[in-house]
Design a protein around this ligand. Sequence first.
Ligand code: NAD
Length: 259
Amino acid sequence: MTLENKVALVTGAGRGIGKGIATALAREGCHVALADINLTNAEQTAKEIAKLGVKTLPLKADISKSVEVDRMVSDTLAHFGQLDIAVNNAGIISIKSVNELTEEDWDTVNNVNAKGVFLCCKAEMKVMQASGGGRIINIASIAGKEGFPDLAHYCASKFAVVGFTNSLAKELKRSGITVNAICPGIVPTAMWYGPDGLAERWKLEGETMEESWQRHQDLLIPQGEGQTPEDMGQLAVYLANAEHVTGQAINVDGGFTFH
Ligand code: NAD
């Protein structure tokens, strides 16, 4: 176990990629605070992860609100006495062309995905600066590297995460804190595969959602299949250990994109 007795805070840990990353960290012996806007889901994740023999703390927090973010970080510190790893994963999507997009749509997505990551990093780095080091891992997207139709506002929010991550890594030079981003490709969570997800939106006439999903995997992903929350967990464990990797935005996308 490579992270024994370390403490991690994972946002959006109630399901999907956040839950997968929290589980991977726990398998390495890390205690985890599990934050989500949906407390019931965070509590469920905490219950499941506690079976791995680590300590868990479910927390309710909306990462787009600085008061709630500050409370999430101070509660984590008060409970565990340390914060070594922060995974800023919580995010939302909405699927609209720029013609359909309203000012409110833009603000909603960017307030969670971009501003939320900023607020979390700011609160977490204060704790890590005081303790002399840490690992910050932001969950961006391949939509933070290139554009996609119907997702301009989401892409803008994820490009922001990539730029912010690289800038913060440079700002935190010689602090012992590394700052990196993971860029998932297509992970068939609710975000992709749910009733309002992309597979539904990009369905051809007469196609089922399963057929749409299969066609997109064949078309877009050289390896021919989507990724899993566990794939993201593997990279998170690597970044949580790595001392000399910082300022990077690493794709886990089956070869979908290059840079
Ligand atoms: P998901 O919808 O399954 O899970 C997101 C979690 O974040 C949920 O538990 C939700 O309750 C929580 N959340 C939403 N808004 C929140 C807020 N304001 N404060 C706190 N928690 C909040 O999505 P996912 O697929 O697991 O996505 C996780 C991250 O990965 C997101 O940042 C997403 O943009 C990114 N991502 C996902 C994919 C994919 O294909 N699924 C691809 C690239 C990037």
